[in-house]
Design a protein around this ligand. Sequence first.
Ligand SMILES: [Cu+2]
Length: 357
Amino acid sequence: MTALLTIIVLVFILVAIWQMVKIFDLAQARNENLTSGVATDKDNRINGYLMMGFLAFIYIITIVCFVKWGDLPLLSNSASEHGPTIDNLMIVSLVIIFFVQTITQFLLHYFAFKYKGEKGKKALFFADNNKLEAIWTIIPVIVLAGLIIYGLSTWVNIMGVDETDDPMVVELYAQQFNWKARYGGEDNTLGKANVRLIDIDRANILGLDEADPNAQDDVITTELHLPVGKPVLFKMRSQDVLHSAYMPHFRAQMNCVPGMITQFGFTPTVTTADMRQTPEIVEKVQNINNIRVEKSKELIAKGEDALERYDFDYLLLCNKICGKSHYNMQMKIIVETQEEFDAWMKEQKEFKNSLVN
Ligand SMILES: [Cu+2]
């Protein structure tokens, strides 16, 4: 693969040098009465047909992609209350873009073909046409304004966290290269925290203010558990660089910015156990495990350990390239019933009991 890429790059460099030499030659043509570099009717015809050929190429590629990868499971299996509104926004935008793109690409390539250079053909000087300009200004303005208003209202609906819903407050703490979650405990209130208060010797890893009464019952975990149907309000913090908390199945993403607290709220609607039963996930898990079985055979032949069986889990991923292990910065999310959640929470250590003296 690397060899192939190297060859392609070398070919492109040679083409670039060749083109530069041609430009140099053309620049000389006027002085020396050379005409070899000027396009003939035949050259223009070839370029015209190439334009139409390229149009056919992008249409065919589009159809092939639709047939091969056209089902978009990520647009139908959201697991949060607001998820379907984001999916609809995405689908409406994609359909409009697809429709406009198909027409404008045709016009672009067809006109390049139709008005290709010919000896004796003169360009028409066309000063202006108010009607035409009004049409191609007003239509995009209406369509774009519609998309923007639709997008903004969806955004406002999603971002407006209704405090009367009594959301569970959870902090997502990002650092190179892992996530921690912090629950507010019994009082559902996060204690004050600041990265300057981090004290590794006392195991105060998130820099909680030890004197703050609200911090005493906070619970810090390495797995994010959420009760199904319960609104959650996430407060994001970062210890070092920009990260982005990305929970694709819940259609949620928010930057984690050092020095400030950002937030995002949603209500999970499908438990991990239920999601594992859906046909899309069953198929996905099966595909991954088939690959793992094949790979394991190779590994065992080499005397190494076989790969573990994969099972589906929701994930919190980092979606901002934040350093060399960015790709693996993730935390498991488990959506479960309120009873399961309460049982899990009971086993966790409160902040005041987790400190080392
Ligand atoms: Cu990151």
